[in-house]
Ligand binder design. Structure first.
Ligand SMILES: NC(=O)c1ccc[n+]([C@@H]2O[C@H](COP(=O)([O-])OP(=O)(O)OC[C@H]3O[C@@H](n4cnc5c(N)ncnc54)[C@H](O)[C@@H]3O)[C@@H](O)[C@H]2O)c1
Length: 366
């Protein structure tokens, strides 16, 4: 059992680290004890801002101290090595998505944590966004009947010439890759959140996804949940948006902009807020996950449903708090390596479907 406060180390100080750290600093039971990054100037900047110890590598951190939790916020290609090191040192791991690039790496991470007797929390942070949680509550309460389709579409950009894929440090050339709101880097959220929202696992998938180093194509995935609901994903960062000015919302949160980090202001007009559409037999929901707004239509006219809870980036704090509760109570975390592995298997099944030209089953009951 781990005692409060939970001494937490942040591994990787890139774009997503600051919102994590800011949210953690608000948690009474968490002490951000150390940060790690090979970029010395960045370590110095963060150490000065938050008054924490800094290290240039995971080895140096673990030689100097044994934190209770390591938050792995580095590119996916590095998650395996860092997780295995932390587990071997007896440190519990919260790891950002995707769990790894290859399924074999994610399996090795899960095995290393099991063998070392440490807990692994998969950072499926969308599960902690208040609007997404409120939508799940409504679905579970039967507000829209049985879910029939669930959809996310991010088709946007500033033309092909402006397209910027994620670097090979994140996604090595030849493997799954693409841009920051593409199938791999962003769709992986939905491959976990859609089945979680519907309380039903994915049975089979088909689609096409980009590879790092290859030309970007329109990406899509179609999948069937065991409940009968169908999931649809569509991503393309090589074109331009067609949303009209009146289609946005006043955002209750800042936004994650691919390649730029957290941008914008709370209360500002967001002309193209990211959203998930969920259609059931008796109604429909539109979930503005970052803008923190939720609309329900059961009568023919959509109405806004109030959402309680602090919006992004405080969801990173709630996520870590949930992990701390699990550690304190010595129970399995709410989002585990099984969830991270299942999302990654679903992602790879999409690539395999393109190669084979048909559905790929990932459930044990084809
Ligand atoms: N949950 C979300 O909403 C969300 C949003 C953005 C990114 N992410 C995830 O967070 C992770 C990091 O993304 P990012 O956008 O911050 O990346 P980034 O490229 O901005 O930063 C990565 C950082 O990790 C450091 N790093 C690389 N190898 C390291 C190592 N071995 N040890 C310590 N530090 C190392 C780099 O120097 C860099 O500072 C990725 O897994 C990404 O998918 C999640």
């Amino acid at each position: 059992m781990v005692a409060k406060p939970f001494r937490t180390a942040i591994i990787g100080l890139g774009a997503v680290a600051e919102p994590h750290i800011a949210a953690y600093c608000d948690l009474a039971d968490v002490e951000v004890a150390a940060v790690v990054d090979p970029r010395q100037d960045r370590v110095e900047e963060i150490c000065a801002r938050y008054g924490v110890a800094g290290f240039s590598s995971c080895e140096a951190l673990l030689a100097a101290m044994t934190p209770d939790i390591a938050c792995v916020l580095t590119p996916a290609a590095t998650h395996r090595e860092i997780t295995v090191q932390c587990a071997a040192a007896g440190v519990h791991v919260l790891c950002e998505k995707p769990m790894a690039v290859e399924v074999s790496d994610a399996e090795a991470m899960a095995a290393a944590c099991d063998e070392a007797g440490v807990r692994f929390f998969y950072g499926s942070s969308y599960r902690y966004l208040p609007a997404v949680q409120a939508a799940r509550g409504l679905i579970r309460a039967g507000a829209i009947g049985a879910v029939r389709t669930i959809t996310e579409r991010v088709v946007t950009g500033a033309g092909e010439a402006a397209y910027r894929p994620m670097s090979p440090a994140h996604y090595p050339v030849g493997g799954p890759g693409g841009w920051g709101y593409g199938l791999v880097d962003h769709g992986i959220h939905m491959l976990d959140v859609f089945p979680w929202l519907c309380d039903s696992p994915i049975d089979r998938l088909m689609g096409q996804g980009d590879r790092a180093g290859a030309a970007a194509r329109p990406e899509y995935a179609v999948f069937a949940l065991r409940s009968g609901a169908m999931g649809f994903l569509n991503y393309d960062g090589c074109t331009r948006p067609v949303e009209l000015p009146g289609e946005g919302v006043f955002s209750d949160s800042r936004q994650w902009i691919a390649g730029r980090g957290w941008m914008g202001e709370v209360g500002a007009w967001d002309a193209r807020p990211g959203h998930i559409d969920i259609h059931g037999g008796e109604g429909a929901l539109r979930v503005f996950h970052y803008a923190n707004k939720l609309f329900l239509n059961t009568s023919g006219v959509p109405r806004e449903v109030p959402v309680s809870g602090r919006p992004a980036p405080w969801h990173f704090g709630r996520q870590l708090e949930d992990f701390c509760d699990a550690l304190e109570q010595d129970r399995a975390p709410a989002v585990s390596s099984d969830d991270g592995l299942q999302a990654l298997r679903a992602l790879h099944a999409i690539y395999a479907s393109e190669a084979s030209g048909g559905w790929r089953w990932i459930s044990a009951h084809p």
